[in-house]
Design a protein around this ligand. Structure first.
Ligand code: NA7
Length: 532
């Protein structure tokens, strides 16, 4: 572990995909930079999310860095969708290949930071007893889905068995053999973990508050031929990804104007191909409720055809939100799992959890004796990791206070009154709506160019203009309002956290559109930002 350098050009918080790429880029530009990471090693969410079945739902060849052709040619992926262990090995390989660990301070959780206006520097505080760090710039690479959320269940403290969160899974793994297991939560994590846990546990009880739409992954080994063919055209694929995020088969047809039989053929074709590509079957699905009903009906019919108990199939069928307005899930055998004799489904909408006791989960309908509880209850998304740090900007104002009614940013990159502080894939940028690696690389490029620009001109201070920020926030809200997204109680809107303001946080735009908006700002001398 490196000595803590107390006087930096740039401090980066977080050693996941974003932090590592930033470190490589900024070190290459000659900045004195260090990364501070709470975990014992690199990886970010892929370090923590070790639950059974954890897997990326973007295809491996696309969920990887593009900044080094040597890297992308050398690394060999084994499956169409990489599992957590393989992605973590890839990130560790990147850290070794580019000799990154020497500039990362591990087990160093940042607790607080203040901007000192007299010297244009951030004072950054880590664990108690460690000296404060001083950095001209600070970049939050803290992740959009990294602040895991445990539900506040009465009596949980009395529970005698093991309790686990998918977002903070024990490194040694958990053996559920012979146990009666509860899983609470049926988002992407629950939907991936449930089939795996069901195979091991004696009895699995799934506690579902809201059913989600899930599409089969049809994961499998990646052949050398397919991988070789993709790598031969990597430059073209990456250029397209910079426009669209992930390379799906985008449609130029509307569902509403397509004959029902042809529509169904298209949905069947895409269902058999699997993955998120399914939701791009027509180009009006996210803006036209009537069109969305057609794809939602198709998935509900699939659920009914897979799940043998029609009552269970009904409970698993989402009806309270348009398909895709909550993050679409991608699974391996999820709906089939409910045909197993050792799996039961409890509908928390009708019968909520009332309390947990020493050996059971109790709902308004009855008691379920269990030996272990898995919480797949998600995250305080997009703002949670930032809110956990006491960030104080100009005049000692806290970011938490400024964002009390929802996050306010310019381009999702900075927030006015917090000079020299950047965010990677922050609220107000496309963030979780696109392939995260593509979004990360775009932000790393923009910030690197910005810091080089400031250094060349001897400038020490950059801040967002409040007016420009307000215009951007309005623009982001207006973009969301043109879609069906606001119709779901999703974590995109903060709806999963009691008391969190209901504001649609990511920017609904193609990454290429957003990239051009960001580049235009930079080309105009950072219009909307104040540089001194
Ligand atoms: P999600 O998608 O937020 O899913 C969390 C699930 O947990 C969801 O079904 C929630 O129901 C449920 N939940 C949350 N709190 C409770 C309580 N208190 N009681 C019962 N059920 C609850 O998180 P994931 O980890 O699955 O996925 C997050 C993203 O990470 C994923 O999209 C990928 O991008 C990676 P709700 O829908 O709120 O009613």
């Amino acid at each position: 572990m490196p000595e803590i350098d107390l006087d930096l050009d740039v401090a980066i918080v977080g050693a996941g995909f974003a932090g590592l790429h930033l470190l490589h880029e900024l070190r290459g530009l000659g900045f004195k930079v260090r990364v501070f990471e709470a975990a014992a090693d690199v990886g970010g969410v892929w370090y923590w999310n070790r639950y059974p079945g954890a897997r990326c739902d973007v295809e491996s060849l696309q969920y990887s860095y593009s900044f080094s052709d040597d890297l992308q040619q050398a690394w060999v992926w084994s499956e169409r969708y990489a599992g957590q262990a393989e992605i973590l090995r890839y990130i560790q390989h990147v850290a070794e290949r580019f000799d990154l660990r020497r500039d990362i301070v591990f087990k160093h959780c940042i607790e607080a930071m203040q901007f000192d206006e007299t010297i244009d520097r951030w004072q950054i505080h880590g664990p108690a007893g460690t000296p404060p760090i001083s950095a001209r710039f600070c970049i939050m690479a803290t992740g959009a889905l990294s602040a895991a959320r445990w539900p506040d269940l009465e009596g949980l403290i009395q529970f005698n068995g093991g309790t686990y969160h998918t977002g903070a899974w024990p490194h040694e793994g958990v053996d559920f053999s012979g146990l009666r297991v509860a899983v609470v939560g049926t988002g992407s994590s629950g939907i991936q973990a449930i089939p795996q846990i069901a195979k091991q546990a004696a009895q699995l009880t799934v506690f579902q508050r809201t059913p989600n739409f899930s599409i089969p992954a049809w994961n499998g080994p990646l052949s050398d031929a397919a991988q070789g063919a993709w790598k031969a055209c990597y430059a073209d694929h990456r250029a397209r990804a910079r426009e669209v995020g992930s390379l799906y088969e985008f449609s130029d047809r509307t569902a509403v104007d397509t004959e029902p039989a042809e529509r169904t053929r298209e949905y069947e074709k895409r269902w058999s191909l699997g993955g998120v590509n399914f939701v791009h079957a027509f180009n009006d699905l996210m803006v036209n409720a009537e069109s969305n009903d057609t794809i939602a009906d198709f998935v509900r019919a699939k659920i009914a055809s897979i799940v043998k108990d029609s009552g269970v199939a009904q409970l698993l069928s989402p009806r309270n939100h348009p398909l895709g307005t909550k993050r679409i899930c991608v699974d391996t055998g999820y709906y089939e799992t409910f045909n197993r004799a050792n799996v039961q489904l409890v509908d928390l909408k009708q019968t909520p959890i009332t309390q947990v006791s020493a050996d059971a989960v109790h709902t308004s309908a009855g008691s379920f004796a269990v030996d272990a509880i898995v919480f797949a209850t998600g995250y305080d998304a997009l703002t949670g990791a930032l809110a956990r740090i006491d960030i104080r900007g100009v005049g000692g104002r806290s970011l938490r206070d400024k964002w009390a009614d929802g996050p306010q940013t310019l381009l999702g990159l900075m927030s006015a009154g917090f000079p020299n502080l950047f965010m990677i894939t922050g609220p107000g940028s496309p963030s979780v709506l696109v392939n995260m690696i593509v979004g990360i690389e775009q932000h790393v490029e923009w910030i690197s160019r910005c810091l080089a620009h400031l250094r060349e001109r001897g400038l020490t201070h950059i801040d967002a203009e409040p007016d420009a920020e307000q215009r951007w926030v309005a623009h982001v809200n207006a973009a969301a309002d043109r879609t069906l997204f606001p119709r779901a109680d999703s974590w995109f809107l903060g709806a999963n956290i009691p008391g969190k303001p209901r504001v649609f946080m990511p920017y609904v735009a193609k990454i290429g559109v957003y990239r051009r908006e960001c580049d235009a700002v930079a080309d105009a001398g950072y219009a909307g930002f104040r540089l001194t």
